[in-house]
Ligand binder design. Structure first.
Ligand code: SF4
Length: 104
């Protein structure tokens, strides 16, 4: 689909794998569509995806499981999620229900 409808995204694909520098062909260490959005007056940076509506399938499914969030040191994970992981997983599945099937 990207090849036909979003060639500017497809430029970063090599042999059906993402993401590669379109000029050098070398793999990128960071997603080229991740945008830092400094929060005015706050000491925090928020991130957004420049291709959110056309993002890869893996991105649509992430995060799948609480362990994955823990491993990636996800800032959205809270202490009560670790205390009640089943309940937290159900909540995560509910939040992600537009993007992927439930894990549990
Ligand atoms: S959602 Fe995927 S494509 Fe978008 S910024 Fe994050 S890693 Fe990149």
């Amino acid at each position: 689909m990207w090849e036909i409808f979003r060639p500017e995204i497809y430029r970063y694909v090599r042999n059906n794998e993402i993401w590669f520098d379109p000029d050098s062909g070398l793999p990128l260490t960071r997603c080229p569509w991740l945008r830092e959005m400094p929060q005015e007056g706050k000491n925090k940076i928020r991130y957004s995806c420049d291709i959110y509506l056309d993002r890869p399938e893996d991105c649509r499914h992430y995060p799948t499981h609480l362990d994955e969030m823990h491993q990636d040191e996800c800032e959205m994970l809270e202490l009560h999620d670790l205390v009640k992981p089943k309940q937290a997983q159900k909540k995560l599945d509910r939040l992600m229900s537009d993007s992927r099937p439930a894990y549990l």
